[in-house]
Design a protein around this ligand. Sequence first.
Ligand code: TPP
Ligand code: MG
Length: 324
Amino acid sequence: MGEPTTGEVLAMLRTMCLVRDFEEAAGAALRTGHVRGSVHQYSGQEAVAAGVCFHLSRSDYVSSHHRGHGHAIAKGVSPARMMCELFGRQGGTSDGKGGSMHIADFSMGMLGANGVVPDGVTIAVGAAHALKMQKKSAIVVAFFGDGAMNRGPLFEAFNWAQLFKLPVLFVCEDNGYSVTLRTRELTGGPPAEDRPEAFGIPVSRVDGTDVVAVERAAAALIAEVRAGAGPRFLHARTQRWYGHLAHDVQRYRDPEEIARAREDDCLLHAQRWLAARGIPAKAMAEVREGSRLDIEAAVAQALAAPWPDVSSALTDVQDAGGPA
Ligand SMILES: Cc1ncc(C[n+]2csc(CCOP(=O)(O)OP(=O)(O)O)c2C)c(N)n1
Ligand SMILES: [Mg+2]
């Protein structure tokens, strides 16, 4: 089925670097108290967002879950606006009122991260239904974790999407963990990723640490979804480097397993792929450095941004007490 060009993989590497650096900065800002609340780092999983979103245009949509920074960046949301959002400042994607788990930017087709497992998926199916009714050619990608595979609303989403042949790609990022538990120890019967087949939804499986493999799989599935074939499901096995939350030091995990996860680094895999095709280390180092500078600038912008004015506390807030 061919392979992407080196230029395309360099572009995906850039996305992955931006996400990696954003997450490092977000974790650091949480520890210094600049970010309050929770941060779920996407580190280790970058190839899934980068490979899938490579085939989306601005008019397409994504929905996400609690670990959503990578999906937003890969869909084109400004890392600087996202950092302002994490810091609770003006200029954030929701002017600082949403925070890490509620990053949304409709102008970029980012329908929102979502703290309720798996409600980003049902929202994605609703959006796909709207697109179909409006006879639009755009599609929706729903990103979610393996933990969502044991939740009932997910199966309603599968059924509805298949019944109406909706333009939605389900992407399950299987990092093996649901918070502090191994998902397989919570799962009855055959592997959960087989379940969409019971709804007639074809399942594709991919190594989610290999951005080229993800990109190839996404290219085929997204083409089918765009052509009106109905929903498709991509299962990407991936690695969670850090704890469920940035504060979680993973005492429940064997340190050797964490070390292996870090060795299975999607950034390194992409760099090896590029090196094998003659891309000099210098070109890759430039990508890495460019990303580092961009995220450094995003943090500086967030630190300098004003706090929301108290007079805006009740604007853009749902259910703020009924009509005045
Ligand atoms: C309805 C609901 N139940 C429980 C939780 C608590 N919770 C937060 S994340 C999560 C599971 C996370 O596992 P997974 O879906 O695999 O995503 P990952 O964190 O591994 O990316 C749970 C149970 C929740 N957010 N929503
Ligand atoms: Mg998981």
